[in-house]
Design a protein around this ligand. Structure first.
Ligand SMILES: Nc1ncnc2c1ncn2[C@@H]1O[C@H](COP(=O)(O)OP(=O)(O)OP(=O)(O)O)[C@@H](O)[C@H]1O
Length: 657
């Protein structure tokens, strides 16, 4: 049976063009066009996958659930056949006490079968209830093992973000539900097969009629499930936006700016438009589902009436005796109960399985974004880190690479600085050097070996990254500094002392054991600069060969800033420092300064060499800053940013590109 094409529904336009429903997704189109046959053939594979997850989560409970349900089905069939024996004796000729006595053994069998069925069903229910949390745990762990292991650039891919949203939102919860409904489907099927067996024994024609009552309801259930799913999937991006807006409206991080900039009405207005759109889509789904279910019920009801008419005719023409007809009525009623249960579970199972498929789809996509397996090759103590012809573009930005052929050299014990205007590519380059991104072209070499051939974890262990976008982890102050490393009290004190985090920790109620999250009882909140000191201590705590400090002082007061820069300069005696900063006074002492502009190195050299370039960009930027402090300087000489050209004497090798 082919499904009818949908009638077009009115859809309010979402606020942003990118929130429009994706009607071009081939998977959704395929889903909408799927016939009942396709659905029926897909479902067993999904049920098998779900049972595979159940098996992985707990073999005993899966085995018990399926086995006990099977036993309950067999007991049900035996009970029905025993009923036929009871009726046969009761409808026989002779005095009533004799007929009752004759029916007694079959009656005991009916009672025994009912008892056994009840006990087995209860046992199966218990095993099934135990399965759900175990499957949920297994699915969540799988999801987060993948999300935390994917390559960093995967997070910049909007398609993957949609897939992750679906998997995290409903997908992961539906894994356990798919297992539950799959088992319900199996249970319903077992019950139905038992009844079908009994009906076949009583009269084969009755079996055909029972099947006739199944098809319309089955079609309606599958169609209704598909409708909901395809509409829900279409509005994934809209829902993701709604989720983000709900965070902005309810989260602590945005609470202050929301008020300061009177964003409430604006955000609520956008939220309302999106919520209206979602509501309209879901109301449309509810109406279509009701139509489909009503059609299925009507045809199914007619088939039931037909079944009873045929039974009456068979009785009339003497094709079945009265006792068999009585049992057949019971069997048909029990069959329909099983059928209802089966259809109910089928409906939910199919719907759940579609969302479960989202989870599987994301897991599949995430697995293609995992880093190469660890090579185990230790990079060794840093002597030299070089980048040659490095090109890198963020996903979706292939036309505008963030780095366009960068060459740089960092040698042991040096302080190397990256400077340049906003968006020139400094942080991107730092992340590549830290092994967080892989170049699309060119190579990054550690002691001459391409970092792609080195063990990424061992490489990252040798690098302390003081990130520009640092995270304040909802963990103790101690963990915020040591992170995954063991606590070494001496090293910890030193890192705190060098970064100024000691003053922050001294002010906390429980010192290093204070939880840095105000959302929990006893948690503390830090100022922007205090958070940055903790982040700096984190980078310095590492036993690192290379410290990469990306704008480490943006939020620090003048005293703390000087202290940290002094620390970084001192640290360069036994380690190597890559410093990214807009405070150009702090890079004067650097061994080499690279000036980036739109993804290229446009100048390189020492402070003196760069200042000697008459039209140099560094000279222009440095002078501009110096001028802001002194009110003098060379600002008058350098006309404008547009006038700043790559220098000649010490201009970068990449200039030529
Ligand atoms: N996660 C990302 N996804 C897509 N594009 C990005 C991402 N991060 C940065 N970019 C883009 O890459 C370019 C370089 O950004 P990058 O952060 O490296 O610059 P930067 O020199 O560190 O800037 P700033 O001085 O403002 O920190 C910019 O055009 C930016 O828009």
């Amino acid at each position: 049976m082919r499904l009818r094409r949908r009638t077009p529904r009115p859809r309010p336009a979402p606020t942003l063009p990118e929130l429009k429903a994706s009607r071009n997704n081939p998977w959704v189109r395929d889903l909408e066009a799927a016939s009942l046959w396709v659905v029926a053939t897909r479902l067993p594979a999904m049920v098998a996958l779900a049972l595979g997850w159940a098996w992985r989560a707990s073999r005993i409970d899966t085995f018990a659930t399926v086995g006990l349900n099977l036993g309950a089905g067999v007991a049900g069939a035996a009970g029905l056949l025993a009923v036929s024996g009871v009726l046969e004796e009761l409808f026989a000729a002779g005095p009533t006490p004799d007929r009752v006595r004759a029916a007694l053994p079959a009656l005991i069998l009916v009672g025994g079968a009912a008892l056994a069925r009840g006990a087995l069903t209860a046992g199966a229910g218990w095993a099934q209830a135990r399965l759900e949390p175990q499957v949920e745990r297994a699915a969540e762990l799988e999801l987060f093992e993948l999300t935390s292991h994917m390559r960093l650039e995967a997070f910049d891919d909007s398609d993957l973000a949609d897939a992750m949203y679906r998997a995290r939102g409903r997908g992961v919860a539906e894994v356990a539900r798919t297992v539950t409904f799959s088992i319900d489907v199996l249970t319903g099927l077992i019950g139905l097969v038992a009844v079908a067996g009994v009906l076949t024994v009583l009269h084969p024609l009755l079996l055909g009629l029972l099947v006739l009552t199944v098809v319309p309801d089955g079609w309606a259930a599958a169609r209704a499930a598909r409708l909901r799913y395809s509409r829900t999937r279409e509005i994934t991006t809209t829902r993701r936006r709604q989720w983000m807006l709900s965070d902005l409206l309810a989260e602590r991080d945005s609470a202050a700016e929301l008020r300061a900039y009177n964003m409430r009405a604006f955000l609520l207005a956008e939220y309302t438009v999106i919520a209206d759109h979602v509501r309209a889509v879901m109301l449309g789904v509810a109406w279509r589902q009701t139509q489909v279910r009503a059609a299925g019920d009507a045809v199914g009801g007619a088939a039931t009436v037909l079944t009873y008419i045929v039974l009456g005719v068979l009785l009339q023409v003497g094709s079945v005796p009265l006792a068999v007809a009585g049992t057949a009525v019971l069997a048909i009623r029990q069959g329909q109960t099983s059928l209802n249960q089966l259809l109910y579970s089928l409906n939910y199972c199919y719907e759940s399985a579609l969302f479960f498929n989202d989870f599987l789809e994301f897991c599949h996509q995430a697995r293609t974004r995992l880093p190469a397996p660890p090579t185990g090759v230790d990079p060794g103590e840093l002597r030299e880190l070089t980048a040659r012809g490095v090109v890198f573009a963020y996903p979706g930005d292939q036309e505008r690479p963030a780095l366009r052929g960068v060459d740089i050299d960092i040698r042991h014990g040096e302080i190397v600085a990256l400077v340049g205007e906003n968006g020139s590519g400094k942080s991107t380059l730092a992340r590549l050097l830290a092994g967080l991104y892989t170049p699309h072209e060119g190579t990054i070499s550690w002691n001459g070996a391409d970092t792609a051939t080195l063990d990424p974890e061992k490489l990252r262990d040798r690098i302390g990254l003081i990130s520009q976008d640092y995270t304040q982890w909802p963990l103790s102050a101690r963990r915020n500094i040591t992170m995954s490393d063991e606590t070494d009290e001496q090293r910890l004190r030193r890192a705190m002392d060098l970064s100024g985090a000691d003053e922050v920790v001294d002010d906390l109620d429980k010192g290093l054991d204070t939880l840095l999250d105000k959302r929990f009882v006893g948690g503390a909140d830090l100022s922007g600069g205090q958070k940055q000191r903790i982040a700096a201590a984190r980078g310095l705590y590492r036993r690192a060969d290379l410290v990469i400090a990306d704008e480490p002082t943006a939020a620090l007061d003048a005293k703390a800033e000087k202290r940290l820069f002094d620390t970084l300069h001192a640290a360069a005696q036994d380690t190597t420092v890559l410093l990214i900063t807009h405070r150009l006074a702090s890079v004067r002492m650097a061994d080499r300064i690279y000036v980036l502009d739109r993804g290229r190195v446009v100048e390189q050299g020492t402070h003196e060499e760069l200042m000697a370039l008459p039209d140099g960009r560094y000279r222009y930027l440095f002078t501009l800053q110096a001028d802001a402090y002194t009110g003098q300087g060379l600002a008058g000489e350098t006309a404008s940013p547009g006038a700043a050209r790559p220098g000649t004497a010490a201009s970068a090798s990449s200039d030529a590109r």
